[in-house]
Design a protein around this ligand. Structure first.
Ligand code: DQA
Length: 144
């Protein structure tokens, strides 16, 4: 069975109450439930993690291959724009990595217009709200 690691970055635990005009009212639990259903239908195993800290995210990515994952679905959240460490971990991990964002980062503040992750990700999906995750997982299922 193929294994996919889902990583949610900082503040995504607050989805549902966090800036609903930007991110919608869907909670992270609901997004995770949807992803689990999609994975089950495709007979893929899913492990889901959320962290508000850079180090644990870097560790998860760095250990993913050793832990027998085939691909990573990641919303790096604010670390998208700031973390060379997360970018380097993605570049080094040797796995398919799909980056997702609920919002379209290019239609928002200028400081969000640069993703340090996109150049080293297999691909990026953004702007479709919670559906970005489902589309990202679909891309992974197609690739693995
Ligand atoms: C986000 C976009 C980021 O700019 C922001 O810092 C987030 C969420 C998104 O999913 O739209 O926390 O990654």
């Amino acid at each position: 069975m193929k294994k996919v690691l889902v990583i949610h970055g900082p503040n995504l635990n607050l989805l549902g109450v966090r800036e609903p005009d930007v991110y919608g009212r869907i909670t992270l639990d609901k997004i995770n439930q949807m992803l689990k259903i999609q994975a089950k239908q495709s007979k893929v195993s899913l492990v889901i993690k959320q962290s508000n800290h850079e180090g644990p995210i870097v560790d998860l990515i760095g250990k993913a291959k050793k832990n027998k994952f085939d691909a990573i679905l990641i919303n790096p959240a604010a670390y998208t724009h700031t973390s060379i460490a997360v970018r380097d971990a993605v570049a080094a991990c040797g796995l398919i990595v799909v980056e997702v964002h609920l919002s379209n980062i290019y239609s928002r503040e200028e400081f969000r217009h640069k993703s340090l992750i996109s150049p080293v990700a297999s691909g990026t999906i953004m702007g479709f709200g919670a559906k970005s995750y489902g589309l990202g997982l679909a891309a992974i299922l197609d690739l693995i």
